[in-house]
Design a protein around this ligand. Sequence first.
Ligand code: 13P
Ligand code: SF4
Length: 308
Amino acid sequence: MKLQEKITQLKREKNAIILAHYYQRPEIQEIADYVGDSLGLSQKAVEVDADIIVFAGVHFMAETAKILNPTKTVVLPDLEAGCSLAESCPPEAFSKFVNAHPDHTVITYVNCSAEVKALTDIVCTSSNALKIVESVPEDQPIIFAPDRNLGKYIMKETGRDMLLWDGSCLVHEAFSIDKLLELHSAYPDYKIIAHPESEEHILKTATYIGSTAGMINYVKKHSDQKFIVATEAGILHEMQQVVPNTELIPAPSKEDNTCACSECAYMKLNTLQKLYDCLLNESPQIDVPKDTREKALIPIERMLELSV
Ligand code: 13P
Ligand code: SF4
């Protein structure tokens, strides 16, 4: 039996569901019950009534699913699947930062640990960040963490000043502006679309800026155009399914790697074999201590309420 078939059979026997992010390997996206962006995956995690959630994504995403649905068993194919952005915001240092600014409302991007979420007033994702920031009264000071690039983008769009945590995603900061401009001059009829975790000089070149789901929807709506896509290259799989006749080029990275695109090494740690193994062994499981879980749930629920 092929591994895909074994996973499908085991999933049925164990009443499990597979949730996958758009940056996962194509073969994982293909076997998933739901593929989405961070917001979609959180919303899905709430409504799941399967006994086991196999989270094909990175640690903070699986943790968010566990916080939202603590009675379920949540497994992650590879426990090492972390996130450079989440790691750029250690809870102890962030706690000191928050305590130094007690009058500020704390908004954190979902790409952070449960401990950081527990120090937060409202969580956001790249789908709803503008809406969440705009929901806070204009005269109320805001701390925004951990992504400085998304933070700067929100400041520019909303005209609001925010106190930014100095974190970033290695994958989105790996795009080369020189190579991108060179590529664009060779393909001037292609439109650049970008994820807001990218640096300001990349975002300045973009016709559209949005979350992974936002970028897919944009391409779908403008399928008669051609695109250079500045986000993790895994998105191209779903994008190409949605618009099979649209020409897409991944934005070039600074590294001279084989695909000349940006790949998230953490996301790619999950493989089909590890997915099968974790479902079979129901391990490694994600667990969040009760106190942290209860505190982190409040800002995630606020986000979900503000996202309907
Ligand atoms: P979204 O899917 O919410 O756009 O997030 C991108 C990302 O970097 C996930 O790690
Ligand atoms: Fe984290 Fe960046 Fe990978 Fe997303 S792409 S999981 S933000 S390191």
